[in-house]
Design a protein around this ligand. Structure first.
Ligand SMILES: *Cc1c(COP(=O)(O)O)cnc(C)c1O
Length: 385
């Protein structure tokens, strides 16, 4: 069935920042499975962990503990804000769990409404599509799940005005990723934390795209000096494997057996891969490397934008966007055309909006590869024009 607009290529193998198709063409991959392959294609630490785990235990069902899941839960909680962890397979599933957890927590006082942002993306299950503020989702699959209020992004007063007696939580991405890479400011995040605490509401951060080192710190909220009550992780957590997680403070963890779960939750094989990812990200100097490559890519994109008369660069860490339209004027070329031209030049990019290009390379991309991507992007731009 139609899943995504796909070119006729068939991908066959990958290594680090490079992806190869069946015809032997080779691509510098700055999409990396939509910010999933945080260590690039087929990273050695993940492969080694999977090999060992495949021979030890593939599955024992969530009815039993398994060692990799216990270790990863403990290490995630320790490196985040403590509390408890629930593993799932996809980001949408983790967010579905976050929504259910907030609703259960608020049920005693009849509160269930969650305030989310216009332009946000939280997944493609019915509830997470309903939570999302993506305009294209609006007419689809009616009737939606009730209980979500969408407010103007990054407007604290709009959140405050939307709070009612049925409100239980505010949920947002620290950087609106699919919406076009729009980062929330530190002041906004701090303001939201203060507001939600004062009003007895939960702050839910969807760090599915921003978490696991993507923004240059392990979790994006850490850059704002705040802590959420609930956080969801996905994408980079599994380094290419289907793994997501729901983290919550002890005060919020009110699920009882049967409330939430799934057959493949905390699957030892997948979780073993996640454990290898987290341990790699925590090696000394790893996140400093992300910040250095980010600075290099930002500087390169800004220089290119000046030379080619394009718009501004935005984002955090290695989740960046180049706006093709200079200050609200017409873009010289559509982002989707640049994406196709870049593929011809051997560079894989993504266009979250009609006028923006998104860059989400592997977090261990090399200096030379960033340089090479900038060269290929510039020729793609002139081809597309
Ligand atoms: C990708 C994404 C999701 C959905 O994750 P899936 O694994 O596709 O279900 C949810 N929230 C954010 C912020 C995302 O980037």
């Amino acid at each position: 069935m139609a899943l995504a607009p796909r070119p006729s290529l068939v991908m066959s193998h990958g290594q680090g920042s490079w992806l190869y198709d069946e015809d032997g063409q080779c691509y510098l991959d700055f999409v990396q499975g939509w910010a999933v392959n945080c260590l690039g294609h087929c990273p050695e630490p993940v492969i080694a962990a999977l090999r060992a785990q495949a021979e030890a235990l593939l599955n024992c069902s969530p009815a039993f503990h398994n060692r990799p899941a216990l270790s990863l839960a403990e290490q995630l909680a320790q490196s985040a804000f403590g509390g408890q962890v629930l593993f799932a397979s996809t980001g949408a599933e983790a967010n579905e769990g976050a929504i259910k957890l907030a609703r259960k927590w608020g049920a005693a006082r009849g509160a269930f409404e969650i305030i989310t942002l216009q332009g946000s993306f939280h997944g493609r299950t019915l509830a997470t599509m309903s939570a999302s503020g993506k305009p294209q989702f609006k007419p689809l699959f009616e009737p939606k799940v009730a209980g979500f209020t969408h407010v103007e992004r990054f407007d604290l007063a709009a959140v405050e005005a939307a709070i009612g007696k049925r409100t239980v939580a505010v949920m947002l991405e620290p950087v609106l990723g699919e919406g076009g890479v729009w980062p929330a400011t530190v002041e906004y995040l701090q303001g939201l934390r203060k507001l939600t605490s004062e009003r007895g509401l939960l702050l839910i951060l969807d760090e599915i795209q921003t978490g696991m080192g993507r923004t240059g710190s392990l979790f994006a909220y850490q850059e704002a000096g705040i802590e959420p009550d609930i956080m969801t992780l996905g994408k980079g957590l599994g380094g290419g494997l289907p793994l997501s997680a729901l983290l919550a403070t002890d005060a919020v963890c009110c699920f009882e057996p049967g409330d939430q779960g799934g057959t493949f939750n905390a699957n030892p094989f997948v979780v073993a891969g996640g454990l290898a990812v987290l341990q790699t990200l925590q090696q000394p100097g790893f996140l400093a490397g992300v910040r250095a490559r980010s600075a290099q890519l930002v500087a390169g994109l800004e220089a290119l934008s000046t030379r080619c008369g394009l718009g501004s660069v935005r984002g955090r860490g290695l989740l960046l966007a180049l706006e093709l339209a200079p200050d609200g004027r017409q873009p010289p070329v559509l982002a989707s055309r640049v994406v196709s031209a870049a593929r011809q030049e051997g560079l894989l990019l993504n266009a979250p909006t009609a006028t923006a290009l998104r860059f989400m390379p592997a977090l261990n991309v090399s200096e030379a590869e960033v340089e090479q991507a900038l060269v290929r992007l510039e020729s793609a731009l002139s081809q597309a024009r």
